[in-house]
Design a protein around this ligand. Structure first.
Ligand SMILES: C[S@@+](CC[C@H](N)C(=O)[O-])C[C@H]1O[C@@H](n2cnc3c(N)ncnc32)[C@H](O)[C@@H]1O
Length: 242
């Protein structure tokens, strides 16, 4: 049997999990990161450098945090397409988008690995806290490659697996002693217990770079951020700008 280094996740289970957390997801994100996730998302957008007029696909868009940031950057003529498999998350996303009718946003409910979009549909692709949840990281990277125009760029934001034992221990303690107890108070303990396992089995930055090169990216650089607790994977086909 071929070696399977990373966890395989059934998409229906993942969508159910995010359906259950959709209504409290943004509040929990703010609480658990002390609002820092907003900074990390802005760093991801800065690295992508979306231009006004660009068409950006936000994969695993959830409640549209990043899709909204991106739509501000590509206005007035650009647009953002958010893709997610969780109906409840997309409901939140659509409500938030409706409060900003001047932005061009559309949302598609789909599995990222079975995307109803044509090749070369995007000048830029963003994926935040999604790659780790996919049934196959390699397949997820191939989807990003498929979506990009020849000079397109992509950025993937996710947890990083710190190489230093002290940081790795700090991350584990944070998950076990902060995230799970807070989630328990909100009746979401089971949902957030899953987080630790998904991070522990996630590809390291170097592994992500190697998988991205195998998927056909000329540019594949992983940048640890937030004291190496998070990571930004920068991807490009020809060093272009989205
Ligand atoms: C942790 S949330 C991140 C949401 C958003 N990107 C953010 O950073 O706030 C992960 C999202 O990925 C979605 N997701 C996971 N696997 C997916 C898949 N195979 N296809 C589509 N969406 C998926 C989940 O439904 C969930 O909304």
């Amino acid at each position: 049997m071929p070696h399977q280094p990373f966890a395989q996740t059934d998409p229906a289970t993942v969508f159910r999990l995010f359906d259950q957390t959709a209504r409290t997801y943004d509040l929990l994100n703010d609480l658990l990161s002390l609002g820092l996730h907003r900074l990390w998302k802005r760093q991801a957008v800065a690295l992508l450098q979306p231009r006004p007029g660009a068409r950006i696909v936000d994969l695993c868009c959830g409640t549209a945090d990043l899709a909204l940031l991106l739509a501000e950057r590509v206005r007035p003529h650009g647009c953002v397409i958010g893709v997610d498999g969780s109906a409840a998350s997309l409901e939140q996303a659509r409500q938030r988008a409706a409060e900003r009718p001047w932005l061009h946003l559309e949302f598609i409910r789909a599995d990222v690995l079975a995307l109803p979009l044509p090749p070369g549909a995007a000048d830029g692709v963003m994926m935040a806290y999604g790659l780790r949840n996919l049934a196959s990281i390699a397949a997820g990277l191939r989807v990003i490659r498929y979506l990009l125009k020849p000079h397109g760029r992509a950025v993937v934001l996710d947890f990083n697996r710190p190489s230093r034992p002290l940081w790795a221990q700090a991350q584990r303690s944070y998950l076990q002693q902060v995230v799970v107890p807070v989630a328990r108070m909100m009746d979401l303990e089971a949902e957030y217990t899953y987080l630790e396992r998904s991070i522990a089995t996630f590809a390291t930055g170097a592994q992500q770079e190697a998988l991205a090169r195998q998927a056909g990216f000329a540019v594949a650089r992983h940048h640890p951020i937030a004291g190496s607790l998070m990571g930004l994977l920068e991807l490009g086909l020809a060093g272009g700008r989205s």
